[in-house]
Each structure stands twice: as structure tokens, then as C-alpha cells.
Write a protein that binds this ligand. Structure first.
Ligand code: CO8
Length: 263
């Protein structure tokens, strides 16, 4: 299937989704959000995809936000529906059962920072710039940015960034805990793929359980989170991959995970 605003490629069990509107710095229009939803459906239905990578076409931007020319055409109700659609789609991205890495290769502003925050973690080029500049347009973030940024960096830092619309270069974003690792621009995708391949070799059941334990646990108190972890641990223990992983360790060989559950 081909898309108008995205590219989606698969190699070695890794899906790469490229926001592909370089003339508009990959800004998110309604059609692109629809297409993103279709790719998410496809990934959920494909057990061969073990990791998803998100990046932007061209060498300037990851995503420069929601498409401002489209926003100006919307009334309040249409904007509310678009915000809800984006929030829902980014939440589905966040809840994908596989790891998702944002490879931020340039500007990630507004909706660009918001989609990156819905990924499991962010690797960035030295040229990357983050920020939620919606306030400078008389708006606020509408794709989950007020919520995810505050949870990630704490409310005080998030409020400062959101109220001023300040942009944050990659090293500062790393210091804030928004970015895990920074690379020279030409080394970003290699660095991302190295980590993606490492994760793709792990067992699907335990990767999924780990992601669910962290994500669901963060939405609750520590005691309940530990209970979630405890149940997820038991599920892993019942999987063929746990037998394989532990026996491979004892046999001093490399584990060959199948990612299956016993019937
Ligand atoms: N939307 C539409 N077009 C854009 C966008 C955008 N967000 N960003 C850039 N473009 C276009 C420019 O209009 C320009 O087009 P053209 O060549 O036809 O004039 C082209 O991309 C190149 O951009 P610039 O010439 O501006 O490039 P610069 O290198 O001078 O500047 C910047 C790069 C700094 C990234 C600059 O383009 C910029 O500030 N962009 C806007 C950033 C921004 O404000 N983003 C937030 C948007 S609002 C948002 O994300 C809200 C999300 C929640 C929505 C909720 C639903 C209602």
C-alpha cells in the first residue's frame, strides 16, 4: 500500500515510517494522521514487525508541527475533532505492542515533539530542535503535549517551555531527559538501527510484557504497578522464550527466541 504523506518500509523485522511532506517540513495534516492510523493497524496485525522507527523525510525536519495552513481553515469544533483524532492516534502509537523509536533528524516542533513523545524513546541528530511553540500562534499543544511533556520532564519545566514556546536544541533536550542519545546527522539512522536490531532479537512476549508493565505502571501507584509487573513476569515465565533464554544461558549459547506462547 502506498501513502501520500508517509513512507513505510520494512527490513529485517523493523518497520520504518517516514513522515513525507518535505516541502512543508513534514507538517501533520489530517490525511497524514489518517494514514498513520492505517500503518498502526497494519503493524498490529503483522507479527513479523518487531520494532518501529519514526523519522522525517529530508534533512531539515522530523515534523514541524500540525499543518498551520490547514489549522487556519478550521472552526473550533473541527479543531476539537482533529485534536481528538491526533490524540487517539498518538495514544495508539504509544500502546503499540512493539518498541517505537523516534529518530529525530531536525525540527520537531509542536505536533512533531508530541508524536516523538508518544514513542518509547528518542534518538536525535545534533541538528534536532524540540519545542511546543503553539503559544506563539495563540494556541496550546493539542496532540497530548501538555500531558506527556509534563509527565516526562516534570510540570515546572514543561510549563516554562509551553508558556514561552521556547525551542530546545538537542543537547538541552538530552539534559531534560527528552532525548536518550545524540548522533552526528549522518550517523543517526545507523545508531537507531543498531538499537532497533538489538531489540528485534529479543523475545516478542517479554518485550511486550516489559512495555506494558512500564506504560501501565506509570499510570498507577507503585504498589499496583508492582502487581502489574508481577503478573507480566509470570506470563513471561510461562512462555517458551523464558525456557529458551534461561537454558541458553546455562548452556553457554545464544538464545533463539520464537516469540510464541504455549497453546
Ligand atoms: N505547517 C505548515 N507549513 C509549514 C509548517 C507547519 N507547521 N512548518 C513549516 N512549514 C512550511 C513553511 O510554510 C514553508 O513553506 P513555503 O516554502 O511554501 O513557504 C516551508 O515549510 C519551509 O518552512 P520555512 O520557510 O519556515 O523554513 P525555516 O527554515 O525558515 O523555518 C521552522 C523552519 C522554524 C521550523 C519554521 O518553519 C516554523 O516555525 N514552522 C512552524 C513551527 C510551529 O509553529 N509548529 C507548531 C504548529 S501548531 C501544532 O503543532 C499544534 C498541534 C496540535 C494540533 C491540535 C489540532 C487542532
Amino acid at each position: 500500500m502506498t501513502f501520500k504523506n508517509l513512507k513505510y518500509d520494512v527490513a529485517e523485522n523493523i518497520g520504518t515510517l517516514t513522515f513525507n511532506r518535505p516541502k512543508a517540513l513534514n507538517a501533520l495534516n489530517r490525511e497524514l494522521i489518517e494514514e498513520l492510523g492505517i500503518v498502526i493497524d497494519r503493524i498490529e496485525a503483522d507479527p513479523d514487525i518487531k520494532v518501529l522507527v519514526l523519522t522525517g523525510a529530508g534533512d531539515k525536519a522530523f515534523v514541524a508541527g500540525a499543518d498551520i495552513s490547514e489549522l487556519t481553515e478550521m472552526n473550533a469544533l473541527q479543531a476539537k475533532l482533529f485534536s481528538a483524532k491526533g490524540q487517539e492516534t498518538f495514544s495508539r502509537l504509544e500502546s503499540l505492542s512493539i518498541p517505537v523509536i523516534a529518530a529525530v533528524n531536525g525540527f520537531a516542533l509542536g505536533g512533531g515533539t508530541e508524536v516523538a513523545l508518544a514513542c518509547d524513546f528518542i534518538y536525535a541528530s545534533e541538528k534536532a530542535v524540540f519545542g511546543l511553540p503553539e503559544i506563539t500562534l495563540g494556541l496550546i499543544p493539542g496532540f497530548g503535549g501538555t500531558q506527556r511533556l509534563a509527565r516526562l520532564v516534570g510540570p515546572n519545566r514543561a510549563k516554562e517551555l509551553i508558556y514561552t514556546g521556547a525551542t530546545v536544541p538537542a543537547p538541552q533536550a538530552e539534559a531534560y531527559g527528552i532525548v536518550n542519545r545524540i548522533f552526528a546527522p549522518e550517523e543517526l539512522m545507523d545508531g537507531v538501527m543498531k538499537t532497533a536490531k538489538k531489540m528485534a532479537r529479543m523475545g516478542r512476549v517479554s518485550v511486550r510484557a516489559a512495555k506494558e508493565a512500564v506504560n501501565t505502571g506509570l499510570r498507577t501507584d507503585l504498589e499496583t504497578g508492582c502487581k502489574i509487573e508481577n503478573n507480566a513476569f509470570a506470563l513471561c515465565m510461562a512462555s517458551p522464550d523464558a525456557k529458551e533464554g534461561t537454558q541458553a544461558f546455562l548452556g553457554k549459547r545464544k538464545a533463539a527466541f520464537t516469540g510464541t506462547l504455549e497453546k
